[in-house]
Design a protein around this ligand. Structure first.
Ligand code: FES
Length: 183
């Protein structure tokens, strides 16, 4: 039986935790590709490693994963309008691209350069097979793209499904490798 401190250390994965740092060295599956089916589709909430984020696919088909909350007054960008290559905050209209760069602050003239000083946390997104993966770690430590077989075979040779399991990663893994479940 684990002590509470051991359990916390193994299961907590937020920023700055030991296991959070470890997980942030890998590409992490974040959505089924079907969940962002077309350009300018409604944004999707994603909670990964205790970070609340929002994913969207822009007008040019680029997928992004950015902080869910607008840096102005904290409105949720999940309610935002996905339009013309960016996600526009529903409150005062600040607009962000897939890399978290602020494209526009409607109350400020473009020449002021104000928008250029604003950036949201953002993570790269890649599609491998039917899965969208993200990498949340230091850019200089980014590993090669996932090359599992299901990512590389033809679409008719693979099947991807997703389910929600309300537990931590260790409970899930422990259940998955429990030999009594094989039968
Ligand atoms: S809260 Fe987003 S623009 Fe003001």
């Amino acid at each position: 039986m684990l002590r509470k401190e051991q359990n916390d250390m193994l299961t907590q994965t937020g920023p700055g935790t030991p296991m959070g740092n470890l997980f942030r060295h890998y590409w992490i599956p974040m959505l089924h590709a079907e969940e962002l089916p077309e350009n300018d589709y409604a944004p999707v909430r994603v909670k990964l490693l205790s970070e609340r984020l929002v994913a969207f696919r822009d007008t040019n088909g680029r997928c992004g994963l950015i902080d869910e909350f607008c840096p102005h007054r904290g409105a949720s960008l999940w309610f935002g309008r996905n339009e013309e290559c960016g996600l526009r905050c529903p409150y005062h209209g600040w607009k962000f691209d897939v890399e978290g760069n602020c494209m526009e602050v409607p109350s400020e003239p473009t020449e002021s350069g104000y928008a250029k000083k604003i950036k949201l946390t953002s993570y790269p997104v890649v599609k491998r097979g039917d899965v969208l993966f993200t990498y949340m770690g230091p850019p200089d430590k980014q590993p090669p793209l996932p090359e599992w077989e299901f990512c590389t075979v033809k679409p008719e040779q693979t099947f991807t499904s997703k389910r929600l399991q309300e537990c931590n990663w260790l409970q899930s893994m422990e259940g998955g490798i429990d030999s009594s479940h094989v039968s």
